[in-house]
Design a protein around this ligand. Structure first.
Ligand code: F1P
Length: 316
């Protein structure tokens, strides 16, 4: 077992430690979740969950929020910026947090590095300890930051979620040799709060295995991207409880065109029940998507401990 695989399967005690209730934060007209890479994918998911919980929110990539915030939301007062960064050192995210505070916004930092530049440049720090062996590719920290963000929104995370997520990751893992075999085009589909998680599945597999991946809203996939589907395609469908029928129809269409489908929460060549409240599904699925990336890399003999062209922190 290499370190990445080990960290993926050893992340659940860290979830347990991070489960707590976080007091309602700043009164805001709008919350803006900001981050880069994985942290931006988490921001997308958190903004959707926040809106579903009745708290208006948007997500913005660190660099975009830094350079052109006015295209998202032209007001600063009563704006709550939640900056997510594992390292707490990513240039755009740290600069965006500083600029937001200077302009009058309240800034919360979500990170696993309480001594970082981001932690020093926020009004409120929300952090949790992570696995000391986590490498360049973000796994356990991504799960933890999503969990902390959900708590910040006011969502309650039951302790049983860690067990459900571990069990799902192991069940999915058992089907991966067949799912990956002969496939070189991986597609991740999810809507609502699962869209960010689908993008994260796509990013993880791309970072780890150097395979070009796609992440889309399910119904968007018919509008062009479907032209790429053939016998080399593997699709991960992150089913939404309220859209299962439409998504299952799309899955049947993709299977007809040659794709193999892993159905997380609904039909597919391999189909998995998700044993948690639908609002918690995204977090429950993350470790399963992480192990998929790792197995795809192993199938190509790629070492995810030192992934090509990637560094733990991107500084401009
Ligand atoms: C964000 C990030 C990672 C990516 C790469 C570079 O880091 O973009 O998602 O995998 O390692 O950095 P951070 O701001 O969360 O530390």
């Amino acid at each position: 077992m290499n370190t990445t695989e080990k960290v993926i399967f050893e992340q659940f005690p860290y979830w347990e430690k991070a489960i707590r209730s976080i007091s309602a934060s700043h009164e805001a007209e709008l919350t803006v979740f900001v981050g880069c890479g994985t942290s931006y994918n988490l921001a997308l998911s958190l903004a959707a969950l926040s809106n579903a919980a009745g708290k208006p929110a948007i997500a913005a990539p660190g660099g975009e929020w830094l350079n052109r915030p006015q295209i998202f939301w032209p007001r600063w007062q009563k704006t709550h910026v939640v900056a997510l960064s594992r390292s707490g050192e990513t240039t755009e995210t740290v600069a965006a947090a500083k600029a937001s505070r200077a302009a009058g916004a309240f800034v919360t930092a979500i990170t696993v590095e309480p001594e970082s530049a981001l932690a020093r440049n926020c009004d409120r720090l929300v952090d949790a300890p992570t696995h000391s062996e986590e490498g360049i590719v973000m796994t356990v920290s991504a799960s933890l930051m999503l969990l902390l963000g959900m708590e910040l929104i006011g969502m309650e995370i039951p302790h049983s979620l860690a067990g459900a997520a571990e069990e799902l990751a192991r069940r999915v893992d058992a089907t991966l040799p067949e799912f990956i075999d002969g496939r070189s085009h991986f597609v991740f589909l999810g809507s609502g709060s699962l869209y960010g998680v689908a993008l994260e599945g796509a990013l993880k597999l791309m970072e780890m295995s150097q395979i070009v991946t796609q992440g889309f809203h399910p119904l968007e996939y018919r509008h062009g991207p479907i032209s790429l589907v053939d016998e080399k395609t593997a699709v991960v469908m992150l089913y939404s409880a309220d859209q299962k029928e439409a998504e299952a129809k799309l899955v049947a269409e993709l299977q007809e065109k040659g794709a193999v489908v892993s159905g997380l929460g609904g039909p597919g060549n391999a189909a998995f029940d998700i044993a948690c409240d639908p609002v918690l599904t995204g977090l429950c699925l993350l470790p399963a998507l992480q192990i998929l990336g790792e197995r795809a890399a192993q199938a190509r003999d790629i070492d995810t401990v030192t992934p090509r062209h990637l560094t733990k922190v991107v500084k401009l």
